[in-house]
Design a protein around this ligand. Structure first.
Ligand code: FAD
Length: 283
């Protein structure tokens, strides 16, 4: 399969990349290419120009501070997983990255590319939502920050504008009294999430004082499970409290169904994996 014709540029700065996007409204950013290139080969995407970010040094790297982890746009999954500060601060990143696709995808794919692509079955969208934080973008009108809570809109759609470049994402680092886990039922061929659930809990002793729980794979976009967050907050984390919290977990959600997992089966998986993620935070 061959993609349509396109021009190819490798700007050296973010502002040059933005200028290329402004000049050509049909252009697409190229990061690791693990979502965009397959889509181009299938002609699901036919950009007339690719703007490759690989030469922009300011988009490389990962940093961990006391209150956040910063992941720059060209940091690959493996760059994030192998960063000691990030792995220690947010072990859920390691847990989730280890179950993304295969070694090649983790070596070339970027975490930011996954967030921008917003595949409904991506893993890190749910993990990022459960941690909370901001996406930082630069466009023709300057820089702006978008809360992760406002970033994911629908299938392959975010609030990013076509002429904006995401420079980095900052993920919140919870207090020391926190627990986190990601649980996934993977598609056996691609590794994508048929259903995945990420849970990040703040703890006051044995009681849940704060909860952010996010779902992927089951709906058209990653989404927070607010009924579960509310129900588990203020409770001791036990099998009984978790069972009660997940009772209405699928209420209000439009669950996907396909040849791999019909709607009822996915709904069942949402219950099972939400329970496992919440209880998995104890490990
Ligand atoms: C075989 C295979 C298996 C996979 N399995 C999984 C899996 O199990 N779980 C999972 O979550 N994912 C999986 N993936 C998808 C993979 O995680 C994503 O392709 C990857 O993370 C996307 O990052 P990228 O750098 O490759 O993005 P690209 O493909 O380069 O870009 C993706 C999209 O984001 C845009 N973009 C990228 N970076 C920026 C930026 N900085 N600013 C603005 N726009 C930007 C591009 O224009 C494009 O539209 C799999 C992919 C393959 C090929």
């Amino acid at each position: 399969m061959f993609p349509g014709a396109f021009t190819y540029s490798r700007p050296a700065t973010v502002s040059d990349a933005v200028a290329l996007l402004v000049d050509n409204p049909d252009a697409k950013i190229l990061a690791g290419g693990h979502s965009l290139v397959p889509a181009m080969k299938l002609r699901l995407a036919m950009p007339s120009a690719l703007v490759d970010l690989r030469d922009i040094t300011e988009l490389q790297g990962v940093e961990a501070s006391d209150d956040s982890v910063t992941i720059r746009a060209m940091a690959t999954y493996n760059d994030v997983r192998d960063h000691e500060g990030a792995a220690a601060a947010l072990p859920i990143l390691v847990e989730a990255i280890n179950v993304v696709g295969d070694a090649q995808v983790r070596d070339h794919g970027t975490l930011v590319g996954s967030l921008v692509h917003n595949d409904p079955a991506a893993d890190l969208t749910a993990v990022a939502l459960a941690l909370g934080g901001d996406v930082h973008a630069t466009g023709p009108n300057g820089d702006r920050s978008i809360s992760l809570d406002d970033f994911f809109v629908d299938l392959w759609t975010t609030t990013l504008e076509p002429d904006e470049v995401v420079t980095h994402v900052t993920l919140n680092r919870p207090s020391q009294h926190s627990r986190m886990a990601y649980r996934k039922f993977a598609h056996p061929a691609s590794g994508y999430a048929i259903v995945g659930v990420a849970a990040v809990l703040g703890m006051d002793g044995d009681t849940v004082s704060q909860a952010r729980v996010a779902l992927t794979g089951a709906a058209s976009t990653a989404t927070r499970l607010s009924s579960v967050e509310t129900a588990i907050t203020g409770q001791a984390l036990t099998e009984e409290s978790v069972e009660a919290a997940i009772r209405d977990v699928t209420a209000g959600l439009t669950i996907n169904g396909d040849q791999f997992a019909p709607e009822a089966y996915r709904a069942h998986l949402v219950e099972v994996l939400t329970k496992r993620a919440l209880l998995g935070t104890q490990a």
